[in-house]
Design a protein around this ligand. Structure first.
Ligand code: FAD
Ligand code: NAI
Length: 483
């Protein structure tokens, strides 16, 4: 007889492994299946996030930022350095160690929480009788294809199979010259010239890493606006900073033929003025978004409904069209963010337990880990205008913040938007140092439906960057104290 579980989670990324841990905490006999392999063929749970996403990109951003500071900012502090160099192999090795620490940490957490881990590919079994296809006696049968194959069964299935990089039609990733996020994280030597297609989150983060290390980086973006989803004023400020750093961003381009030669990559494109151009680079990163991953899941076997883009169709509660089959994270609608996937995973486990799990999409923060960092929560000024909502806006520049001056990093601002009548905070937008950390206070405030006055009346430590948030709140009422 096959092994029986209350809950089987397919996928061990942040959506899946967190869902499995929460389900086990709630008393369910839980299994988690993940197929990611490390370089030795062993299990490497954590998904895109841990292996080729959030964690390795932040490791490289940190290394390259140290290099950039040593080369360009240490002198301001009176620190002299001779013969500054970078050992790329060591930098990549450190990144791999950080990945492994996370893989091992997740395996430990699964064990600690008594989740049974299966290393292999999970797929719905084609036909099982009696009952609906693949669903025998009220349970789903899942084939696990690992070193050996076995079929396990579960009452509830949570699909958390994540996403893959989207390729340009006819331009496959070879991960040598034409790179997805995977190859972009393991370029063995600093490319003299690096091309990036797409000035979204990955393009800016990975473009920044290699620019800081010495590459001449050109980013080609199809849209005429820079970071269209970001508050316009913040995006403009960020663009100014990137221009100053020498990150070349061309907007409104139309990419044509891409030739991958042994020597490098040649990209034909039309610029915003309609002029034909060619960009020759050593390496090309293509970061034009991601597609839901259901490869190998065999959704057809049970009639699991996908939309026209290949995403698993779910309702607001992450329920699919099949009874007791749920889906979370990048494989479903909504922002492709690790923390969104985690929140959905927790909520689904709690719903299975009859609780009222909840994800508030209005307060999911976004962070772009460039320098300056960009972070926001809630609505942008352009969204409020389009919705005809009356609002008040207040902003405070880091230039006027004592801690930012001491850090030597005064780029950017905090901008707060509040309802004109009730003063409820509707959005906060930050570009500047440690925006990724500063945004947490704003998320809490919005989750508790705070007013800008609430933030303005809270005592913030001095000197701290968070004082800029307090001052932005004061600015909503036109009464900043330090500007
Ligand atoms: P995934 O992390 O993709 O995990 C899915 C897992 O399921 C994988 O391990 C996969 O191998 C496994 N799997 C798939 N099919 C099967 C199957 N049939 N059987 C068994 N296993 C299967 N988000 C942030 O919030 N912050 C960041 O800083 C950030 N940085 C990023 C940087 C990069 C370069 C990239 C590419 C992404 C980044 N993201 C970031 C996005 C983040 O990685 C994803 O939103 C997140 O990983 C989604 O989690 P998930 O669990 O839905 O899917
Ligand atoms: P993205 O959606 O952020 O950006 C893609 C960009 O490519 C857009 O600006 C789009 O207009 C442009 N584009 C699309 N097709 C194009 C074409 N043919 N020619 C030129 N430009 C084109 O996608 P990206 O950067 O690939 O990242 C995928 C997702 O991964 C992000 O949306 C985000 O959800 C997640 N991520 C999150 C991070 C974070 O939270 N810090 C970091 C990295 C990724």
């Amino acid at each position: 007889m096959s092994k029986q579980f209350d809950v089987i989670v397919i996928g061990g990324g942040p959506g899946g492994y967190i869902a499995a841990i929460r389900a086990a905490q709630l008393g369910f006999n839980t299994a988690c299946i993940d197929e990611w392999k490390n370089s030795k063929g062993g299990p490497a749970p954590g998904g895109t996030c841990t292996n080729v996403g959030c964690i390795p990109s932040k490791a490289l951003l940190q290394s390259s930022e140290h290099f950039d500071h040593a080369g360009h900012h240490f002198a301001d502090h009176g620190i002299g350095l001779k013969d500054l160099s970078i050992d790329i192999a060591k930098m990549l090795g450190r990144k791999d160690t950080v990945i492994k620490q996370n893989n091992d940490g997740i395996l430990y957490l699964l064990k600690k929480n008594k989740v049974t881990f299966f290393h292999g590919r999970g797929s719905f079994v084609a036909a099982a009788a009696p009952g609906a296809a693949g669903q025998a006696n009220g349970v789903y049968e899942i084939n696990v294809a690992g070193v050996a194959s076995e079929v396990i069964s579960g009452k509830h299935i949570i699909v958390a199979t994540g996403s893959n990089a989207r390729a340009l039609p006819g331009v496959p990733f070879d991960e040598e010259n034409i790179l997805s996020n995977d190859g972009a994280l393991r370029i063995p030597a600093v490319p003299k010239k690096l091309g990036v297609i797409g000035s979204g989150v990955i393009g800016l983060e990975m473009g920044s890493v290699w620019r800081r290390l010495g590459s001449d980086v050109t980013v080609l973006e199809g849209l005429p606006t820079f970071l269209g989803a970001v508050d316009e004023q913040i995006a403009k400020e960020a663009k100014k900073a990137f221009d100053k750093q020498g990150l070349k961003i061309e907007l409104g381009v139309k990419v044509g033929e891409i030739k991958n030669t042994k020597k490098g990559v040649s990209i034909a494109y039309t610029n915003a003025k309609g002029e034909a151009q060619t960009l020759d680079v050593d390496k090309l990163i293509i970061s034009i978004g991601r597609t839901a991953n259901t490869i190998g899941l065999n959704p057809e076997a049970v009639g699991l409904k996908l939309d026209e883009r290949g995403m698993v169709v779910v309702d607001d509660d992450c329920k699919t069209n099949l009874p007791n089959v749920w889906a979370v994270g990048d494989v479903v609608r909504g922002p492709m963010l690790a923390h969104k996937a985690e929140e959905e995973g927790v909520a689904v486990a709690e719903r299975i337990a009859g609780q009222h799990g909840h994800v508030n999409f209005n307060t999911v923060p976004w962070v772009i880990y460039t320098s300056p960092e960009i972070a926001w929560v809630g609505q942008t000024e352009q969204q409020l205008k389009a919705a005809g909502r009356a609002y008040r806006s207040g902003s405070f520049p880091f230039l006027a913040n004592g801690r930012a001056r001491a850090l030597g990093d005064t780029t950017g601002m905090v901008k707060m938007l509040a309802d004109a009548a009730t003063d409820e905070i509707l959005g906060v937008h930050i570009v500047g140092p440690f925006a990724s950390e500063l945004i947490a206070e704003c998320v809490v405030a919005m989750e508790f439906r705070a007013s800008s006055e609430d933030i303005a009346r809270i005592c913030h430590a001095h000197p701290s960057l968070s004082e800029a948030t307090k001052e932005a709140a004061l600015a909503v009422d036109k009464r900043t104290l330090n500007f």
